[in-house]
Ligand binder design. Structure first.
Ligand code: ASP
Length: 331
């Protein structure tokens, strides 16, 4: 656990800005911290950070160039939450538009709703002046084709999508013929949590979801309470990994609720890991969380070894990587 004390802000400041993110959030975090240093708001910071990641063609887990679904279509999910009043916005299974985090924020600010999915979300994007843009890149499609080829399947064929999804998304058996580096990756999402100098928290999550998923499958990322939760009074949490796990035990809300009930950040994270452990471990299907207290203390948690997360406060020049806590190591 990383203690980034926020209690030592300068004169006239409530807190020292702090951010936490998943490992792929480095560039977004640097851009967002520059905003926070200038007195920017946590909500603007997490949106900006997500947009930077969404626009990165080298990140195949989020936004433009995300891994496609089983049919070779990119479908994006995102959510944002304001810790001041628990207002939230989300979009799911959006095709043909980029920056889903901005759409999510616009849902929150313009509609009496929290979540828009599919065609309605795309219509809303057009109404808000978002330019349609194919989110597929040749590199992401190449991974999709490789995955089919790995199992001797035809990506253009008319095989039953249920069977294809079950085959393509199952964790790889390492004794099977090797795939090129990166092709075995099916997971990936970006998480950002921010505390600003006014003492406000915000959280944002953006993803292209599980690679090779069934069309319109929605994971935890756009579901408030599962993949994202933020409350100024008790803290914030966001998740990456096999979204079905966080959906089943409401991971993000649970971790924050455990803090509300009096647990420390560390204890709350372990309790959320125990919830996940009850689902039974399937190799290759894991869950990770980043979490932050209202004072800016950060931690990362995971069900598998070797996972890290990023944190940064305004006094640091660069984001720093820290180990995520596992249940087994804390026993
Ligand atoms: N949690 C995301 C989902 O299930 C994917 C991921 O984080 O890898 O859609």
């Amino acid at each position: 656990m990383t203690r980034v004390s926020a209690a030592n802000g300068g004169a006239g400041r409530a807190t020292l800005p702090v951010m936490a993110a998943s490992e792929n959030g480095r560039a977004g975090m640097v851009a967002a911290m520059a905003l926070l240093r200038k007195g920017g708001r946590a909500l603007d910071a997490v949106e900006l950070a997500c947009r930077v990641t969404e626009d990165d063609p080298n990140d195949h887990s989020v936004g433009y160039s995300g891994l496609p679904n089983v049919m070779g279509e990119v479908e994006l999910d995102a959510s944002i939450m304001d810790g001041r009043d628990l207002r939230s916005g989300a979009v799911a299974a959006v095709r043909g538009y980029g920056n889903p985090i901005t759409l999510a924020r616009q849902v929150m600010e313009q509609l009496p709703h929290v979540l828009l999915a599919g065609r309605g979300a795309e219509r809303f994007a057009a109404a808000n002046g978002h330019a349609p843009q194919d989110q597929r890149t040749e590199e992401a499609l190449q991974r999709w084709r490789e995955r089919f080829a790995h199992y001797g399947l035809d990506s253009e064929g008319d095989a039953d999508l249920r069977e294809l999804t079950n085959t393509l998304t199952r964790p790889l058996n390492l004794s099977e013929a090797p795939l090129s580096a990166g092709s075995e990756r099916r997971f990936g999402t970006v998480n950002f949590l921010a505390l600003d100098q006014y003492g406000d928290l915000a959280s944002a999550v953006s993803t292209s979801g599980l690679g090779w998923k069934y069309p319109s499958r929605v994971g935890d990322s756009p579901i408030i309470g599962a993949g994202n939760y933020c409350d100024n009074r008790y803290g914030a949490t966001a998740c990456t990994g096999m979204g079905e796990l966080a959906l089943r035990v409401s991971t993000a809300r649970s971790l924050v609720l455990y803090m509300k009930l009096g647990m420390s950040l560390h204890e709350a994270g372990l309790e959320a890991l125990r919830d996940l452990a009850y689902l039974g471990g399937v190799p290759g299907r894991y869950m990770n969380m980043v979490a932050m207290t209202p004072q800016g203390e950060c931690a990362g948690f995971t069900t598998v070894p070797g996972k890290k997360y990023l944190y940064m406060n305004e006094e640091m020049e660069e984001p720093a990587l820290a180990e995520r806590v596992r249940l087994e190591e804390s026993a």
